[in-house]
Design a protein around this ligand. Structure first.
Ligand SMILES: [Zn+2]
Length: 54
């Protein structure tokens, strides 16, 4: 095997999974929903949800 050279995966059908994460902006916590592909780890989308409850 050769050295790890990151190369783009061949075209594939993204397997999207949604993950929730907590982020903070200007001291205000909010929740984001990220859609990422489990195969290539690419972030397919990000959506900000309502502010996280205290
Ligand atoms: Zn993918």
């Amino acid at each position: 095997m050769s050295a790890a050279t990151p190369k783009p995966l061949p075209e594939h059908e993204h397997t999207a999974v949604k993950t929730h994460a907590l982020a903070q902006r200007r001291g205000v916590p909010y929740e984001v929903e990220r859609t990422t592909c489990v195969a290539c780890r690419r972030v397919l989308g990000e959506r900000r949800l309502r502010r996280a409850a205290a």
